[in-house]
Design a protein around this ligand. Sequence first.
Ligand code: HAM
Length: 407
Amino acid sequence: MAELHRPRGTRDFLPRDMERRRWLEERLRGVMQRFGFSEVATPAFENLELFTLRSGQGIIEDMYNFKDKGGRDVALRPELTAPTMRLYVEGLLGAPKPLKLSYFGNCFRYEQPQKGRYREFWQFGAEILGAKRALGEIEILALAHECLAVSGLNDFLFRIGHVGVLRKLLADNGVPPERQAPLWPLVDKKDFEGLRVALSELKVEAAPIISVLESRGGREVLQKVPGSGLEEVLDGLSQLGIRDFIVEPGIARGLDYYTGMVFEIEVPGLGAEKQVCGGGSYSLAELFGAEPVTSTGFALGFDRMLVALEAQGAPFPDRKLDFYIVPMGPQERSEALRVLAALRKSGRSADIDLADRNLSKALKYAASANASMAVIIGDEELRSGLLTVKDLASGEQRKTSLAELLK
Ligand code: HAM
């Protein structure tokens, strides 16, 4: 018989995993709603070209793409910004702006799997289209910050840069835009040795460039990169009470569509896969045939956030079953079903013994199902019309009527 395994880099989520994932998902969705974002969803696969137009070599190399049975080139989405912009161009061009869109979906990248890096992973993200640039950036940065805060992650670094001024820095020092592409991966990885070699091959002096790339700190760092316009953004964040950011002009980001402010959030304890969020301002609408529109957004690495939360021992709430009903024998079954239906109808979660077990085995199962109360129905209960309710944590037992229980 064939041995069946799940594909490399993918995961199954067992009930406890799904409880945690749903818990985080609900918290993040709550933040999106509080900030006035509306959720959208796009297909898991798109025409390949959507991603090859302006995503950057790194993403293109990692893409899951194939020809479908009609001979079309399609790709599993590696990210959700390009699909969201396609959705905007196809369905929301006439909508009042600014548009504040959020999404949660699985993405696919053919990467070397390791902890925190998967071939199927989930992104929770948001995009603002058509805002005044700095105001949209403040809102997006504040939203990302709040998402990290509500998740309960207690240690994260919020780094802000600007690829526009980075491109200008390279150009001003003698690397014209058309020769910059091979340098980006080196900047992104902070491989300054590699960058020195590459710049010397271009006969460009490395020191003034690397001195800027190495700088990080408070808003005084902005003096090294004039013209970014980030002062207004940082002021806005301060006014919102957000001051724990680091200005770092050397942030390059791995995607080609960014044009302005960029940012990354990392959880230092995560090791190599420490980046839990990335985003910034970009241009895509005009590439998809629409009028240019200011665009800023981010995506959270949902799986990495969970890895970090688990590592820090976050107090995930346990799912509780309110009632577990145990009929003592076949003659009590119809009363047990009546009680079950009434409890469920009243909005309580309730389950019933489906294996015809004796009381002690049924109670053991109820505890493993995380039930709060067991409702025991035997011939005495049938006679008296009362139910025996056992608190499974304290072991206390009392008799009560169904009407009382429903209150
Ligand atoms: P990104 O930085 O490529 O940006 O991905 C965002 C986040 O997804 C990363 O910070 C990381 O946490 C997570 N991630 C990426 N690859 C993997 C993987 N293989 N396994 C697990 N997690 C992963 C974007 O995708 C942009 N679309 C963000 C954006 C939105 N920019 C503007 N708007």
